[in-house]
Design a protein around this ligand. Structure first.
Ligand SMILES: Nc1ncnc2c1ncn2[C@@H]1O[C@H](COP(=O)(O)OP(=O)(O)OP(=O)(O)O)[C@@H](O)[C@H]1O
Ligand SMILES: [Mg+2]
Length: 418
């Protein structure tokens, strides 16, 4: 048991809370436990009901523990999203003190790049290096060991609202574990879905969840833009419910079992029976009608994404096109419609298989939690310590520590890239 190295990832989504437990022995890393539970306490990626969120986290943790045969978990890597997340690019410059650049120079320049004025209600979650410049040489991925007098860093900064981040941490802690790191969900999804080659070539990862659509734009192996759009698969379902005048759960069933976004690809004469709102009779609706509703919402979502890419002048960087993941990506013909609107190659992104339960987990809806697990495996080994207690004193839920650890994400991401 001592040899066991267990890591835990927790994705607190708008529609589901999912826990995965990974186990490492030697070079082998495999998934040994998964627990997924419906999520009722979030809206558009933010906690709106603490009790319901805690309950969902607790249930997903228990299911994963049971499957893994693990009796206790003390910490996990958590994903974060929500429309309070704001990301931007920044840069910093320092003078190199010694003859050659050392790790501490890199730390200083990243700190300098991070030293931008952000509103007092926001906290920096990630500072992700894009490139370094030493004197007049640009495009350097790792400047350590190089000679020069001036070191410049270009970084991508992710910020979130402190109160909303604290709500997530509070729920995790109330469920009995601590957050050992927090990672932006589209970064996590990119980790499990994209290849290094795709990140080098330039791609946009689109994670369509239940409440939000998360974007991550990669070029030359670096994250150059990220954004959370407050529209997700639930909006597709709501549209169907309103247009067909059916209950939400019936709309979800119709979307999953009969939905598509290209009416011309379906047998438009085919009809399905739907349950009406309470007190009304079942009715027949055509598949063409369903596809028109879902197609309109998809078109709108892709148009928003395209506009964002154009506004940020990122079009020329995304040679590799768009890769759609998240549960929302499973609506039939979505990639085909995306390619038509986005005018770039577009495909559905599945998490890459790694040890254990590959058939179940190779589903776009698990992209985030698997990415979190891979991230977690890198740094945070040995989360089995049951005795470890969260340092909770009134008014201190350990958030100071957490934010300190987030700054460490900077070093983690730096290590990952190089
Ligand atoms: N087979 C399917 N066909 C169509 N849609 C699907 C299918 N399976 C799941 N979905 C949709 O995927 C969405 C949920 O995706 P996902 O599980 O990635 O979201 P989440 O992580 O809970 O939410 P978020 O990331 O927004 O917080 C729901 O809107 C659901 O209807
Ligand atoms: Mg999600």
């Amino acid at each position: 048991m001592n040899e066991k190295k267990v890591v835990v990832a927790l994705d607190i989504g708008t529609t589901k809370v999912c826990t995965t437990i990974g186990y490492k022995e030697g070079n082998n890393f495999e998934i040994i436990g998964v627990g997924s539970h419906p999520s009722y306490g979030l809206k558009k990626g933010s906690v709106v009901n603490i009790d319901k969120t805690v309950k969902s986290i607790h249930c997903s943790l228990e299911d994963a523990k049971l499957m893994a045969g693990v009796t206790s978990i003390s910490s996990a890597t958590i994903g974060i999203a929500g429309n309070h997340i704001y990301c931007f690019n920044s840069s910093g410059v320092v003078a190199v003190k010694g003859e050659e650049i050392v790790d501490s120079d890199v730390d200083r320049v990243l700190e300098a790049a991070k030293a931008v004025l952000i509103p007092s209600d926001r906290e920096v979650l990630h500072v992700i290096p894009q490139e370094f410049r030493v004197d007049s040489t640009a495009g350097i991925k790792n400047p350590v060991g190089m000679c020069g007098t001036r070191l410049e860093a270009h970084v991508h900064i992710v910020t979130g609202k402190i109160s909303l981040i604290q709500n997530i941490i509070k729920c995790v802690e109330a469920a009995g574990i601590s957050a050992n790191d927090m990672i932006l969900q589209p970064i996590a999804s990119s980790r499990s879905v994209l290849t290094q080659e795709e990140k080098e070539l330039g791609v946009v990862l689109i994670d369509i969840g239940g409440g939000t659509t998360d974007m991550a734009v990669w070029k030359d192996g670096s994250l150059i833009h990220s954004q959370i759009i407050p529209v997700g698969g639930n909006h597709f379902t709501n549209d169907l419910a309103v247009a067909l005048k059916i209950p939400h759960n019936e709309a979800e069933r119709v979307k999953i079992n009969h939905g598509g976004v290209l009416a011309e690809r379906l047998n438009q004469q085919a009809h399905i029976t739907v349950h009406g709102l309470s007190g009304t009779k079942s009715r027949e609706v055509s598949l063409g009608q369903v596809a028109k509703v879902l197609g309109a919402r998809s078109e709108e979502l892709f148009s928003v994404i395209k506009r964002q890419i154009e506004e940020k002048n990122l079009e020329e960087f995304i040679t590799g096109g768009y890769i759609i993941t998240g549960g929302g990506a499973l609506v039939k013909d979505l990639a085909e419609l995306g390619e038509y609107i986005l005018e770039k190659p577009t495909k559905i992104g599945y998490p890459r298989p790694f040890g254990g339960m590959t058939t179940v987990m190779q589903n776009p809806k698990f992209a985030t939690v698997l990415g979190l697990l891979l991230e977690s495996n890198k740094e945070n080994m040995g989360t089995l310590a049951p005795q470890e207690k969260i340092n909770k004193t009134p008014g201190n839920h350990g958030h100071g520590d957490i934010f300190g650890r987030f700054s460490d994400s900077l070093k983690n991401v730096f290590k990952e890239i190089f």
